[in-house]
Design a protein around this ligand. Structure first.
Ligand code: GLV
Ligand code: MN
Ligand code: MN
Length: 420
């Protein structure tokens, strides 16, 4: 198999068409998309890709978590080399986070088909559901279901961002919570998993490098904090008599960057990305505030330490302000390392294709983390303009996506030959 014929078979027209079609589904009118998991928009995007998979001759099936899987060649059994990403987005997210990986995976299969290379093991394209966690506060939901690592106790209490129980969310798209465990797959079913993704940072652009070869993915903890004071009239009551929950929340929010800086680690992150004030009315002192806190690091222990520091500090602030404080961990995702042989294979493919590359760490979470419990994994990053992501301004030029698809196709074909 010649990697040069694969490079030529990757079609920028097909990639452009798929990316443009997906960008219209859930378009928010500002250049971004809103495709919350299990929403009609998410389901429409899945249906489009399902259709494209079928047109390319893949055998398509769906699982109990809403993941879509397409296999080729049809009828070839044995462990598969899987590739994929997600189509759900954060609210007002970008057009590239997720779709780039799905479209590159599909294009890699189409290019391999056209190159005439007949893989000795099946290729599989996977579209994961609820990667973002923007709906259920539980990132990697679909890929965790596939890996069999969803915590059943958490499932019982899980609600979406509007308070709708998980069972109702799933029923909305014809799925059932009782059957979620059927999505589980086994290690024997996979040779490897590869994912192309936008970098979501500015390292590749700043260094003018075409491809990032990911060596590891950070760990993520999501926490929920509930601060309770007392709702009250905004006028008659003197300032010192109030129990303003939002004031306490504000103090917590401004303290988090200080705690992150005190770790002295460039890899530490702490973000309050969600805030709900109750009753959220201009002339009422806020009686209750819920904060969604995101903590990240490349070392498991460092995340634990930082999350604990933030929790203690928040409790302390509330105590001193006469506010009640409750917190709980919503999700913990551990950092993972990519498989050495795959990191090496991606680097060699780039070299053979005269594509510049560098090794890097992923600061964002990816389905690859869940898949690492089922198979050796690797990730290929393409540049993000100005490093922007999770916003409508997110952008990656077509030629960079095409480059990612070429590296994916070349790496997949090389690996599949070595595996057999
Ligand atoms: C997913 O994009 C995440 O890193 O939160
Ligand atoms: Mn993503
Ligand atoms: Mn994302």
């Amino acid at each position: 198999m010649e990697r040069k014929s694969l490079t030529a078979a990757v079609s920028s027209e097909r990639i452009q068409q798929d990316m443009a079609t997906l960008a219209c589904i859930g378009a928010d009118g500002q250049g971004g998309v809103t495709r919350l998991a299990y929403s009609p928009e998410h389901w429409k995007a899945r249906a489009y890709i399902r259709d494209r998979m079928e047109s390319a001759g893949l055998q398509v099936r769906e699982d109990a978590a809403g993941n879509v899987m397409g296999r080729w060649p049809v009828g070839l059994t044995g462990p598969a080399l899987a590739m994929g990403s997600h189509l759900d987005s954060v609210p007002h997210g970008g057009r590239f986070d997720g779709p780039v990986g799905v479209v590159c995976a599909l294009e890699a299969v189409r290019a391999i088909q056209e190159s005439g290379f007949r893989p000795p093991s099946p290729l599989e394209v996977i579209v994961f559901a609820e990667e973002e966690g923007a709906r259920l506060n539980h990132p990697l939901f679909g890929s965790k279901a596939m890996a069999g690592i969803l915590d059943p106790r958490l499932l019982e209490q899980m609600k979406d961002r509007d308070g709708v129980p998980l069972a109702r969310v799933l029923e909305g798209v014809g799925l059932s919570q009782e059957r979620l465990s059927e999505a589980r797959r086994q290690r024997e079913e996979f040779l490897a998993y590869l994912e192309v993704h936008i970098e979501q940072g500015s390292v590749l652009e700043e260094r003018n490098v075409q491809i990032g070869v990911v060596t590891g993915i950070v760990g993520i903890t999501f926490m929920e904090m509930v601060i309770t004071g007392r709702a009250d009239h905004a006028g008659p009551n003197p300032m010192e008599r109030r129990k303003d929950a939002l004031l306490g929340a504000g103090r917590i929010i401004t303290e988090i960057p200080v705690l992150v800086a005190q770790t002295g680690s460039a890899a530490a992150r702490g973000t309050v990305g969600a805030i709900h004030a109750h009753p959220n009315t201009i002339n009422v002192v806020p009686g209750r505030v819920t904060l969604g806190v995101d903590v990240r690091h490349k070392e498991k222990e460092e995340i634990r330490k930082l999350a604990r520091l933030i929790d203690l500090k928040a409790g302390d602030i509330c105590q001193k302000s006469g506010l009640e404080f409750l917190s709980r961990v919503l999700t913990e995702i551990e950092p993972v390392a990519m498989a050495n042989n795959i990191v090496q294979a991606i680097g060699e493919t780039c070299e053979e294709m005269d594509i510049t590359c560098m090794q890097m760490l992923s600061g964002a979470g990816h389905d690859t983390t869940s898949m690492s419990t089922l198979a050796p994994v690797g990730m290929i990053f393409v540049p993000s303009v100005e490093g922007l992501s999770h916003c409508p301004e997110e952008f990656t030029p077509l030629e960079d996506i095409v480059c990612g698809a070429r590296v994916l196709a070349g790496t997949a074909a090389g690996l599949i030959n070595n595996f057999t």
